[in-house]
Design a binder for this molecule. Structure first.
Ligand SMILES: Cc1cc2nc3c(=O)[nH]c(=O)nc-3n(C[C@H](O)[C@H](O)[C@H](O)COP(=O)(O)OP(=O)(O)OC[C@H]3O[C@@H](n4cnc5c(N)ncnc54)[C@H](O)[C@@H]3O)c2cc1C
Length: 465
C-alpha cells in the first residue's frame, strides 16, 4: 500500500489525502478527508462545472471532484460561433420558456425554471463579474463576444471554491483525460466509480457519497445511467439543416428569406437560408428540433412544403400577378415582377424555371392559369428532403435519461438515491437561442443545491451523534 499526498492542481485549493492502493495491476484511489463526504461529477461541461460550484458553495466542506475525459468546458468554448449564447433573455415566464424545448416542454413548466431560470443565470454571471448583453432576438452573450469570458469566470469560481479537476488532480501518473467507465453501488450506499485512461492500461477506483452525471450526450454517460438502473430514450440528433434534392436550388445558394417563411404542416415561421446543399436558418433548425424523432425514423427523407409569401393571402398573390401582367404586358417576365411579393430576382427566376417559363417571354403571353400556378407555387412550394446536413454552429442530442425517472425539483434519481443528473444527459433539448445552456445551468444549479443541502444535513446529523 502506498500513501501519497494529493497534488495541488491548478483548480485545487484544498489538501486531500489520497491513498493509491495497487492490487493486481489496478490502482484503487481513495480520497480521505476524514468525516467529509465526496461528490463526484462526471463531466466538466456547463452543467457539471456549474453544479460542482453550486454544491461547493452550499457545502464548503464537501469534497467535490470533477472527472473530465477531454478538456473542461470545451463546448462552451465553441458555442455560439465562439461567442457563447449563454441563455435567452426574452423568456421570463417558465411556461413560455418551456415551450422552446421539444423534449421537456411539458415537464419543464413547473419548478425547474422557477428555481433557476434565465434571470437567475444572468444574475449569477453578472454577480461573478461577467457583463452580459441581450440581443434583439433575446439571445444573451457576454459583452466581450467571447466564450472565454464565460469559461474564465467558471474556472475561476471553481478554483476559488476548491473544486478539483481530476483531469489534473488525479494525473499523478499521467496528465491526460480520464473517463468514468463504470459505476456500481456498495451495500453501504456509496458509489464505486471506475476511472480509466483511454490510452494505457490504467484503472482507478474512487468512492463517492454523491454522484452527479453531467456527461452531455456521451454514450459512456448513458451507460453509467443504465448501470445504476435507468433507462435511456434513444439518442437522435436535433438542430440540423436539410439536404434538398433540387440541383436548380444551387443557383440560389446564399439567398436568404429574412421576412420569414412558413413551413407548412409543422407551421413553423422564421427566416430561412438557401445553402449549397439545401436549406438552413432558424426556421429549418426549429423544424429539425421539433421533428427530430420523426425525421430520424424516416431516415431524414420526406417532403417539405414552404410558403414563400406567408404574409400575403393566396388570392392577393394571384391579384398582384394579374395586375402586374395588365400593367406591364410588354415587359419580360424574367426581369419584372410584382414588388409586393418581396422576392429576390434569383428566386423569381427559379420559380419561373419550375413553371417552364424560360426565354424572353413577355407578360402578355402568360395565361392567367399559369399565373395561378405561380401563385400556388409561391404559397405551397414542395421540396424533396434527401438527408440531414452538417450544421456546425449548434447541435444537440435529443434523448437520454427520461424525465419520468428523476425529480425535477432536486434532479435526484427516482431509482437511486444520492444520484443526480444535469444537462444534456437528460431527455431535454431546446431550439437555438441559448435554451440548451439554460437547461445545463438550471439542472446543474438544482442538483448542486440538493447535494450541498444533503451534505450539510449529513454533517449536522454526524455532529449531533
Ligand atoms: C458547436 C456547438 C455550439 C453550441 N452553441 C450553443 C449556444 O450558443 N447556446 C446554447 O444554449 N447551446 C449551444 N450548444 C449546445 C450546448 O453546448 C450543450 O447543450 C451544452 O454544452 C450541454 O452541456 P452539458 O454540460 O450537459 O454537456 P457537455 O457540454 O457536452 O459536457 C459534458 C462533458 O462530459 C464529458 N464526459 C462525457 N462522458 C464522460 C465520462 N464517461 N467520463 C468523463 N467525462 C465525460 C465530456 O467530455 C464533456 O466535456 C452548442 C453545441 C454545439 C455542439
Amino acid at each position: 500500500m502506498k500513501l501519497s499526498k494529493g497534488k495541488k492542481s491548478n483548480w485545487c485549493r484544498e489538501e486531500f489525502e489520497m491513498r493509491v492502493v495497487r492490487t493486481a495491476g489496478t490502482n484503487y484511489l481513495v480520497l480521505d478527508k476524514s468525516a467529509e463526504e465526496t461528490l463526484v461529477v462526471v463531466g466538466a461541461g456547463a452543467a457539471g462545472v456549474y453544479g460542482a460550484i453550486r454544491a461547493k458553495t452550499i457545502a464548503p466542506d464537501l469534497n467535490v471532484v470533477v472527472i473530465e475525459k477531454g478538456k473542461p468546458l470545451s463546448k462552451v468554448k465553441i458555442s455560439g460561433g465562439g461567442r457563447c449564447n449563454v441563455t435567452n433573455g426574452h423568456c421570463v415566464d417558465s411556461v413560455i420558456l418551456a415551450g422552446n424545448y421539444p423534449r421537456g416542454n411539458k415537464e419543464l413548466r413547473g419548478s425547474f425554471f422557477n428555481i433557476h431560470g434565465p434571470t437567475d443565470t444572468m444574475s449569477w454571471f453578472s454577480d461573478h463579474g461577467v457583463e452580459l448583453k441581450t440581443e434583439i432576438d433575446g439571445r444573451v452573450f457576454p459583452i466581450s463576444d467571447s466564450s472565454s469570458t464565460i469559461i474564465d469566470c467558471l474556472i475561476s469560481e471553481a478554483k476559488k471554491r476548491g473544486v478539483n479537476a481530476v483531469l489534473s488532480f488525479l494525473s499523478v501518473v499521467l496528465q491526460t483525460g480520464k473517463v468514468v467507465t463504470s459505476v456500481s453501488t456498495s451495500p453501504g450506499g456509496k458509489f464505486s466509480i471506475k476511472i480509466e485512461k483511454r490510452t494505457i492500461d490504467y484503472v482507478e477506483y474512487v468512492e463517492a457519497d454523491y454522484l452527479m452525471i453531467a456527461s452531455g450526450s456521451s454514450e459512456q454517460g448513458h451507460k453509467l445511467a443504465t448501470q445504476l438502473g435507468h433507462s435511456i430514450v434513444k439518442p437522435v440528433p436535433s438542430l440540423f439543416t436539410f439536404k434538398i434534392d433540387d440541383f436548380q436550388l444551387l443557383e440560389l445558394s446564399g439567398v436568404t428569406f429574412p421576412k420569414g417563411l412558413t413551413l407548412i404542416f409543422e407551421q413553423k415561421v422564421g427566416p430561412m437560408l438557401v445553402t449549397h446543399w439545401g436549406f438552413s436558418g432558424p426556421v429549418i433548425l426549429r423544424l429539425s428540433a421539433w421533428g427530430a424523432r420523426d425525421l430520424s425514423d424516416s431516415d431524414y427523407k420526406g417532403s417539405l412544403l414552404v410558403d414563400f409569401v406567408p404574409d400575403i393571402h393566396i388570392e392577393d398573390v394571384k391579384s398582384f400577378l394579374i395586375e402586374h401582367k395588365n400593367k406591364f404586358a410588354k415587359q419580360r417576365v424574367i426581369s419584372s415582377f410584382p414588388s409586393e411579393l418581396g422576392l429576390v430576382k434569383r428566386f423569381w427566376r427559379y420559380i419561373l424555371e419550375h413553371e417552364d417559363l424560360v426565354g424572353d417571354l413577355l407578360w402578355a403571353s402568360i395565361s392567367n392559369s399559369l399565373l395561378i400556378s405561380i401563385a400556388c407555387r409561391l404559397k405551397n412550394c414542395s421540396f424533396r428532403v434527401k438527408g440531414k446536413g452538417q450544421f456546425k454552429d449548434e447541435f444537440v442530442t435529443a434523448g437520454g435519461v427520461p424525465l419520468s425517472e428523476i425529480y425535477l425539483n432536486t434532479m435526484q434519481s427516482r431509482i437511486q438515491s444520492r444520484l443526480f443528473f444535469a444537462g444534456e444527459v437528460l431527455n431535454i433539448d431546446g431550439i437555438t437561442g441559448g435554451f440548451n445552456f439554460q437547461n445545463a445551468w438550471s439542472g446543474g444549479y438544482i442538483a448542486g443545491t440538493s447535494i450541498g443541502n444533503m451534505a450539510i444535513a449529513a454533517n449536522l446529523k454526524e455532529a449531533a451523534v
